[in-house]
Design a binder for this molecule. Structure first.
Ligand SMILES: *Cc1c(COP(=O)(O)O)cnc(C)c1O
Length: 385
């Protein structure tokens, strides 16, 4: 990949140069006063980005899958019941993780590209009476987005802890953790948060921590155990030193800078910008005749798009898009893997990036023999911008 290529996959994304520069500063000791102050401020800002003023933030070295592991291992004990809404690959992964910790999981699986109906979830919650209701806000394998607000309300009604995998949404789509009654929300640094891969980011509600404190059995994962991390996060929040595992100091520098930028833009504006870029990109994709995996606009994410290849075109077109300087991702959902591709448009995404990506897709389709009105995608996106 050339340094000038556009990385348009659903994470990692193109990072702001200021964030990358922050990361290259000399590494402080994790007990140095200036690092304690910076980490403390970073944790305060996490609560603002997650819109969870009463929440406890955790920043732990690892990928998004670690965040999933932390949520599952701390909240469930053997034989606890879980209802998982699965809209694709990552929902299914969450089921595996819950089961690894002994939970009895009822999986409500949506058809590919669709979501699970609210009344079905309501009925299953009434029947199963689970300890946890979990969902993936945006399943990155399909670009399908669920109505977290509505599902969380149902979870609350049935007295379940609500867990949201926000790895492809936090910092790009609206997720009001506290106001919507979400107990655990998490993401990873490399998606809409805009920081190189390597940090699991999670915020737990007071209810989630109460439930954790009432556990009878220890958390089976030593590294994920809140008993180890809670005192550390509480110490840094109070601008005090504590040690369990060495924090990823330079990634925390980058996170500090990125959260600063996110809050300077403002959460509402940022969400609106992502929607605008997404609407423009989707208008372009539609105009050149590509259907999306998400079956309706109201279930489509605004951080990414998953278009099907048109008839007669296969995954080889991805290589041709790359030759034009734009990197997009292949399929991930096993039922349709060879039939679609995935484009991320989150973080510091600009109108120029959207146009360049559509132009590269059009060029690659043209070179692959697809018959369409060349330029129509770029034109439609410009009109929607
Ligand atoms: C990327 C992603 C994950 C996994 O994150 P990793 O950093 O790859 O471990 C989990 N859930 C969703 C929705 C994701 O998009």
């Amino acid at each position: 990949m050339s340094e000038r290529d556009l990385l348009m996959i659903p994470g990692p994304i193109n990072f702001d140069p200021g964030v990358l520069r922050a990361m290259s500063a000399p590494t402080a000791g994790h007990t140095a006063p200036e690092f304690v102050a910076l980490f403390g401020e970073t944790l305060d800002w996490m609560k603002q980005v997650f819109l969870a003023p009463s929440g406890t933030p955790f920043v732990i070295a690892g990928s998004g899958t670690l965040a999933m592991d932390i949520a599952a291992s701390n909240l469930v004990q053997a034989s606890d019941r879980v209802v998982q809404i699965s809209t694709g690959y990552f929902g299914d992964r969450m089921v595996n993780i819950f089961e690894r910790y002994g939970a009895k999981v009822t999986t409500l699986r949506a058809d590919v590209g669709d979501v699970v109906a609210l009344d079905l979830v309501d009925a299953e919650l009434a029947r199963v009476k689970p300890k946890v209701l979990a969902m993936t806000h945006v399943d990155t394998s399909t670009g399908v987005c669920v109505d977290v607000h509505a599902f969380a309300e149902l979870g609350r009604k049935h007295n379940a802890l609500v867990v949201v995998d926000g790895v492809c949404s936090v910092g790009g789509m609206e997720l009001q953790q506290e106001a919507w009654g979400v107990d655990v929300a998490f993401t990873a640094s490399q998606k809409a948060i805009g920081v190189p891969p390597g940090l699991a980011l999670l915020v737990a509600s007071p209810r989630a921590l109460e439930s954790f404190k009432k556990r009878e059995s220890p958390v089976a994962s030593y590294y994920s155990d809140w008993a180890n991390w809670l005192p550390i996060m509480e110490a840094y929040l109070a601008r005090k030193v504590a040690y369990f595992g060495t924090p990823a100091v330079n990634l925390v520098y980058a996170l500090h800078e990125s959260l600063r930028q996110i809050l300077a833009e403002g959460m509402d504006k940022r969400v609106a910008r992502h929607k605008k870029m997404s609407d423009a990109f989707k208008a372009g994709v539609n105009a050149i005749g590509l259907k999306q995996v998400a079956v309706r606009p109201d279930v489509a994410a605004t951080t990414m798009t998953a278009p099907y290849f048109p008839d007669g075109i296969d995954a080889k077109v991805i290589g041709k898009i790359r030759e034009r300087g734009v990197v997009v991702a292949g399929g991930l959902h096993s039922a349709i893997r060879e039939r679609y591709f995935r484009v991320g448009h989150m973080g510091v995404i600009s109108p120029a990036d959207i146009s360049a990506t559509l132009s590269a897709i059009e060029g690659a389709l043209l070179a692959s023999g697809y018959k369409f009105d060349v330029g129509a995608g770029v034109a439609a996106s410009e009109k929607a911008m």
